[in-house]
Design a protein. Sequence first.
Length: 352
Amino acid sequence: MTLSIDQKQTFLRNIWYYAIPGRQLKAGQMFAKQLLGEPVVFGRTQGGEVFALRDICPHRAVPLSCGRLHGDEIECAYHGWRFDRTGTCTLIPALNENQDLDLSKFQVRRYPVREVQGNIWIYMSDRDRGDVEPTHEVPMVAGFEGDTYQAVVTMNFPCFIDHAVVGLMDPSHVPFVHRAWWWRTDAILTPEIKAFDPSPYGFTMRRHRLERQTFFYQLIGGDAEVEIAFSLPGVRIEQIVTNTSRVANMTVITPISETETEVTTLFYTTIGWFKPLQPLLIPFIRTFLGQDREMVVKQQIGLKYNPPLMLIRDADTQAKWYYQLRSEFIKSRAEEREFINPVKSQVLSWRS
Ligand code: FES
Ligand SMILES: [Fe+2]
């Protein structure tokens, strides 16, 4: 059975997106970044608190990130207007004492942010003002609640978010795209049978013992069991538990624009040697992610001609769920009702 894909390029709103690794933002500094086509400036106060504002001065449009942090306020580079971390104007230096203006009328959009497990997340609402408080929380990597990640790699994919997300949950590309001595050397496909359950804003591949205990799994303790959870807008959390350790890989996908998407993969682990070996491991992670990126680059060549795309059962069922989750999310938000997960518990089988 094949299904066609809804190729409308709309971003999901009213949801948390991964923004930046927390370490990228030092106290008293700013960091500018485009997200979902919007310019955002992140700031960290001297006290360590993170905030995010639209990176455009409401006076005459100079990016606020071109200015500086003055205490806990941003001072615009052009005429020195100041904004606090809620986006409210607190000072217009050009005003005389007798010229009292209600400064609170000059507002910059504020975005809700959270810093958890070493990462900064941003809530992208569909309102002009960011004062809509999120109704759900940021996805967490279970088992590492108070921890921070031990390795991170970020890569930009030149595509709309959907193509990066679908690549993440596509089991049948693995033997073809990720051929490497340390992962898989062959393209001999074997049957896979996996059980799935619905989970908040997504689905989870039920925990199971891995049949193919490759070199990598031997390295981290052997007898590996794995569980993989996906949730909107593009968060994949893989938990690997072996005889001796626990490794979690979180891959998060954030749209920069309609044609550019950022893929970040983070590792959390109880393995003592992981951190010291990090400089050696990072190139492997980059290679792996780079293989996915290469394929997206090739895919763009064909997509230019706007061909219909297919999803076949069962290998592409997870991708099909993604599109269903996505459209249900858009609908439920528009109708201001509860999200009803379209995924039902079921077993899928494919060869990979
Ligand atoms: S443009 Fe920012 S203060 Fe004038
Ligand atoms: Fe891949």
